[in-house]
Ligand binder design. Structure first.
Ligand SMILES: Cc1cc2nc3c(=O)[nH]c(=O)nc-3n(C[C@H](O)[C@H](O)[C@H](O)COP(=O)(O)OP(=O)(O)OC[C@H]3O[C@@H](n4cnc5c(N)ncnc54)[C@H](O)[C@@H]3O)c2cc1C
Length: 423
């Protein structure tokens, strides 16, 4: 008589949990995926408000991500490319920085504008390209160093670091001091270089949704918060206890810390946060014509970047309307935040901003775990915590969609090995 299938519970239906579930499902191994919220995606979710698609914080997808290429169907995501470069606001006007490979004509036209990128910086950008060529993950062989120091040592001017790298990568790392690991900088540079950035036509939520539709029927339980995890046991908020032979924690680092008994995972460092203000505008009030990122090159803030999402994917707004995201690093507490943001936008885009309609302000307190961004160490966190207990999530690899997907697969494969299934 064959022994009964081991009982497997995955906690958290963010990208890591979904990627782990995908591995098990493809091997025909049954599991239960518990998610506390009312939908899948974790930090990658989209709300539809008055016909506008509001991602939960400004975020983009990098099609060159190796793990994403492996697990996602790009054609079905209907990816819409974002201009490779940025319009950088410096001294009362925008200066276009264009990738010479993606937009050669535009790059040639802006060759003599050295307000952001000097000719020398352009040369160093080509050298950086060579350095980052072919990376599939953050290069762990590169000596650990903060991104800003790396760029300076590389030869880039203070002007380019302050006016371009600081708002561009600061907006990704969610910190403007560029203290994040140079390894992460190089990896992301390589990803942008190879595949640019894009948005799924229906919003970022399309990414987790695509993974979720492939789950076996009945395996996903939404609105099911877990209260604690002990060896072989998952306790729900409802009081119900679930016995499990294998438990995968696919939650954020701080959630894992709270769910497990003391000392099993170490105390997380504070998270990095971000704020996003969404505005709606009619076509007549929309002077921004391109699917491009607008950056705060002066560093006066509070808004670090602005993007007209409906120029990238018209599906983000109802017909005849536009959706604008204004993204801030951190969570400023000003009661007049909307007014302050409007003032900055008016300086950037003119009086039409008075007619933009504020749709929603979103604050994401735990956007990025601090530790993995700052110091990647020699290797990723091993997926097996102890026999029968696994972890995955961006805090185990690197903080990105790619890192979350990769860590989920690694946890799923470790589990398959533990139960004697082929990987
Ligand atoms: C605003 C913002 C912008 C970003 N921009 C980008 C970008 O442009 N490009 C990029 O590559 N990455 C970006 N990221 C990072 C990327 O989104 C994350 O690294 C990734 O989504 C993390 O996935 P995860 O599965 O590890 O964690 P999470 O998405 O946090 O998933 C954890 C899941 O566990 C659930 N959970 C937690 N506690 C419990 C519990 N007790 N019981 C049951 N379920 C629980 C949560 O509800 C959640 O669904 C951004 C993140 C944010 C927030």
């Amino acid at each position: 008589m064959s022994s009964p299938a081991p009982k497997i519970v995955i906690i958290g239906a963010g990208l890591a949990g979904l990627a782990c579930a995908r591995v098990l499902a493809r091997s025909g191994v049954p599991f239960t995926l518990l998610e506390s919220s009312n939908g899948v995606g974790g930090r990658v979710r989209t709300d539809v408000v008055d016909g506008f698609r509001l991602d939960r914080g400004f975020q983009v997808f990098l099609p060159a991500y190796p793990e994403a290429r492996r697990v996602l169907d790009y054609a079905a995501l209907d990816l819409r490319p974002i201009f490779r470069g940025a319009d950088v606001f410096v001294k009362d006007r925008f200066h276009r920085v264009a990738d010479p490979v993606g937009h050669p004509v535009c790059a040639f036209k802006s060759l003599r504008d050295e307000e952001v990128v000097s000719l020398r910086d352009k040369w160093f950008t080509l050298v950086l390209r060579k350095e980052a060529f072919g990376l599939k993950e953050p290069p762990r062989g590169l000596p650990e160093m903060e991104a800003e120091d790396y760029l300076r040592e590389f030869g880039f001017s203070e002007r380019m670091i302050d006016r371009f790298f600081r708002p561009f990568f600061g907006g990704i790392f969610l910190e403007k001091d560029l203290r994040t690991s140079a390894r992460m900088l190089l990896f992301l540079f390589s990803m942008f270089d190879r595949g640019g950035s894009a948005l799924p036509a229906q919003g970022m939520q399309a990414i987790p949704d695509q993974l979720a539709v492939a789950l076996p029927p009945g395996s996903l339980k939404l609105n099911t918060p877990v209260a604690h995890v002990r060896r072989g046991e998952v306790g729900l908020d409802s009081g119900e206890l679930i016995q499990a032979d294998h438990i995968v924690l696919a939650v954020s680092e701080d959630a894992a810390f709270r769910l497990l008994p003391n000392g099993v995972v170490s105390m997380p460092k504070p998270s990095r946060s971000t704020t996003c203000l969404y505005f709606a505008a009619a076509e007549a009030d929309m002077p921004l014509k391109d699917p491009i990122l607008h950056l705060d090159g002066d560093g006066r803030g509070p808004v670090n970047s602005v993007c007209v999402l409906s120029r990238i994917a018209p599906e983000y707004a109802p017909p005849g309307q536009h959706l604008i995201s204004a993204s801030i690093i951190g969570m400023p507490s000003s009661a007049e935040l909307e007014d302050v943001v409007r003032d900055q936008m008016t300086r950037w885009f003119g009086s039409c901003v008075n007619r933009w309609r504020h749709l929603r302000s979103l604050q994401v307190r735990h956007a990025h775990p601090e530790a993995r961004q700052l110091k990647l160490g020699e290797s990723s966190l091993a997926p097996v915590i102890e026999p029968g207990l696994y972890r995955c999530g961006d805090w185990c690899e690197d903080v990105s969609i790619n890192g979350a997907l990769l860590s989920g697969r690694r946890a799923g494969e470790a589990l398959l090995r533990a139960i004697g299934e082929p990987v």
